[in-house]
Ligand binder design. Sequence first.
Ligand code: CA
Length: 249
Amino acid sequence: MKKLIVSLLALAMCAGSVFALSACGGDKKEEENKDPDNTEQTPGGNEDSTGGNNDEDTPSGTSLFVMEFEDVDFTGKIGAGLSGSTQGLGMIQASNGADFGLPESVSASNGHYVSYTYSENQFEFTFTSDKATEVSITLRLNSEIGSVRYDSKSLGIVFNDEDLQYSAITVSPGEDPTGMGLTAHCFTDYKISVKGEVKAGENTLVIETRENTLNGGSSFAAPLFDCIKLTPDDTSAKLEFTGKVEGNY
Ligand SMILES: [Ca+2]
């Protein structure tokens, strides 16, 4: 009987120590979980730099003008994905490259991009300029359906009602410099071969995904959209994204 009590006691102590060990393991896990919290401070810094990209905060003399696809009006838009659909703001995806250890050079500008692009849609950017000038146009894009060659028939760029006839661009999956397979979060700048004519006053730039069968010869293809960069020939021109919608994400 005494033996039984002693062994029961030992068992209880053992169980106690096992419990203590696992509790200790739990502490470790908690510490690991704190790391993401620490890295979350970096995105804050990112927001500052993207804010700087936006015209409002851009110091005069900076000629690069950036408009984010996630900042257009999504009212009434129906988005189609590879398997499923969404509408309106559901097309906007959060992607903060710093969270994944990606450099800013490949990360989504402003930490967001637009997906569910496999249907006919128009992304309209309204902006003003204080003077007339020509602008170089760069689209920041990604592809989740392999390399696809787009031209004005499949990917429209309509600048102040002029349907720009540009040389085809081949949009490829993003290149992930970390080798972690994060191509879905890696974007590339594609410069458009023709310039846009900016007027003094209000301007519109519309990016249109147009009916096509470029995805495998049978399905609708379109890139993932991050942002548009305009570089005015007249570097003193002051552009402002007046159509920017607040509170989309
Ligand atoms: Ca963006």
